[in-house]
Design a protein around this ligand. Structure first.
Ligand code: NAD
Ligand code: UGA
Length: 477
């Protein structure tokens, strides 16, 4: 029975004969003594990963750290070349170091050859993109290409395909019908990591969901993670696939709920921050994803709610809930533009600084970014837009990219804080006001104290954060 143990980062590993051992330097003896935590050779699996992106690279480095041998393949040759040098092509804290270690100890190989990657694979983990199509379903073309590559290039004994991409519900069963003719079994294993904390999420998953028609294949996939402490749910493929869309739809619903509350709060003069705090203290509700603001973006929440709405429509189930979540989310951006139009008496020719371009702080990912949507809308409306983002280098027509937050806001008629980068919370509002030409501040991520912003002379707007007068301590007011 393998230990339920994750080797800490400072541990290394070495192969002795047919065994791979995790070792740890012992303190105190002065000798190069090691404590061995032997794990038999069967614990080490040969894994191919198709798609070396946010999920694929995290899993390549993570599985290697768990002792497995990983070969990741991608169709993008530039990305492959960068990854082979240990350069991760997107911003993900700690991943570069983890990947470099995997490359150095030869547990990770990166390639653009499917033949090389699939040659010895016991498992093929599919991590290709599944973006939205115009009708709201998930585009499965990259998935199909990946399955076809497995069918063509896998050798005997046939591998188990592990679907980690967020797939259209039914993909697992459809793929199994084709691949099982070649003896290849298919298991659904949806992923729940968040960008910006991908490594922590890999090593400390909230749950491991496995959807398998074949129990033995499901158990073998579960065994890949056996050194991690997490509840494992083994179910059928359709339930596993739906569980992923349901999780993201629920997170998105919480955000849109908070944003709907913010609008009521704005109307009544209540404070959304305090409202959501009272909600979050109820363990049945919980604190996550209740921050009102510019709304949710990224490559997953928006597309997965649309996919859920599509499935609900197809199932004659109440799709209106999911449609409302998306509609509320889109309106948040419009509210910002409308506010600026009123406060600045139109945006044409006005200098507007937007702080943040990525869809959330801690990532350089621009996919479905609410910040980017606001930037584009302002530029299209003829505003003189200056932007700053700590990790994103974008080039947009008619938009000037500044090297710092303060240089972006200098001379601005209005400032919109569109992404929750930690450095923006630390901005000195007095300095910001002094650097601006005008005084409009839209706090799109609820980073500032409304009263403090007004104190320094800013014309502050933050969704549901009207800055209601609070009773002074001790006055009984
Ligand atoms: P990504 O765009 O970061 O990476 C995908 C990679 O796959 C790219 O490098 C691309 O070049 C490559 N690729 C595309 N088609 C390929 C093919 N046929 N063969 C080999 N490589 C191919 O995508 P991602 O963010 O890692 O998302 C992958 C999947 O995981 C999606 O279904 C997504 O919904 C899901 N997911 C993503 C996250 C996340 O935080 N990004 C979290 C959970 C689930
Ligand atoms: C999300 C989920 O949190 C992950 O569990 C899931 O695996 C992943 O999608 C996926 O399927 O790809 P991620 O897209 O990295 O992860 O980002 P989140 O942290 O969930 O944030 C999504 C968006 O919601 C961001 O634009 C963020 O600014 C916004 N948000 C988040 C809010 O507006 N309010 C909140 O309270 C929280």
């Amino acid at each position: 029975m393998a230990q339920k143990l994750v080797p800490p980062r400072r541990w290394g590993s070495l192969a002795i004969g047919s065994e791979r051992c995790h070792w740890r330097p012992c303190d105190g003896s002065g000798l190069r003594a090691f404590t061995y935590f032997a794990t038999v050779a069967e614990d080490v699996s040969k894994i191919a990963i198709i798609g070396a992106g946010h999920v694929g690279v995290t899993h390549a480095a993570g599985f290697a750290e768990l002792g497995h041998s990983v070969a990741a393949v991608d169709i993008n040759k530039q990305r492959v070349a960068a990854l082979r040098r240990g350069e991760v092509w997107f911003h993900e804290p700690g991943l570069q170091e983890l990947l470099t270690r995997g490359l150095r100890n030869r547990r990770v190989t990166i390639t653009s050859s499917f033949v090389t990657a699939l040659r010895n694979a016991e498992f093929v983990v599919v991590c290709v993109p599944t973006p939205s199509t115009p009708d709201g379903t998930l585009d499965d073309s990259a998935l199909r290409a990946a399955f076809e590559a497995v069918r063509r290039h896998s050798k005997s004994p046939p591998p188990i395909v592990v679907n980690k991409s967020t797939v259209p519900v039914g993909t697992g069963d459809a793929a199994a019908e084709i691949l099982e003719q070649s003896g290849i079994r298919v298991v659904s294993n949806p992923e729940f990591l968040s960008e910006g904390k991908a490594i922590d999420d890999f090593f400390h998953p909230t749950r491991i969901v496995i959807g398998a028609r074949d129990h033995e294949a499901g158990s073998r996939v579960a065994a890949l993670y056996e050194r991690l402490e997490a509840p494992v749910i083994i179910t059928d493929p359709v339930t596993a696939e739906l569980a992923k869309l349901a999780a993201n739809s629920f997170l998105a619903t919480k955000i849109s709920f908070a944003n709907a509350l913010a609008r009521v709060a704005d109307h009544l003069g209540a404070d959304v921050e305090e409202l959501t705090r009272t909600l979050s203290l109820d363990p049945r509700i919980g604190p996550g994803h209740l921050r009102a603001g510019l709304g949710f973006g990224g490559s997953c929440l928006p597309k997965d709610v649309l996919a859920m709405e599509h499935l609900a429509r197809r199932s004659s189930a109440p799709y209106e809930l999911f449609a409302a979540v998306t509609a509320i989310n889109r309106e948040q951006r419009t509210l910002v533009i409308d506010h600026l139009m009123v406060r600045l008496d139109g945006v044409r020719g006005k200098r507007i600084a937007v702080l943040g371009a990525s869809f959330k702080g801690g990532t350089d990912d621009l996919r479905e970014s609410p910040a980017l949507a606001v930037i584009s809308e302002l530029a299209a409306g003829g505003a003189d837009v200056r932007i700053y983002d700590p990790s994103v280098r974008v080039q947009l027509e008619g938009v000037l990219v500044s090297p710092s937050a303060m240089s972006a806001v200098r001379g601005a008629d209005a400032v919109v804080v569109a992404t929750d980068w930690p450095e923006f919370s630390k901005l000195d509002l007095g300095r910001l006001r002094a650097a601006m030409r005008g005084r409009v501040l839209v706090d799109g991520r609820g980073l500032y104290d409304a009263a403090r912003a007004r104190e320094v002379g800013l014309d502050y707007y933050g969704f549901g954060r009207g800055g209601r007068q609070r009773p002074e301590p001790g006055t009984g007011a």
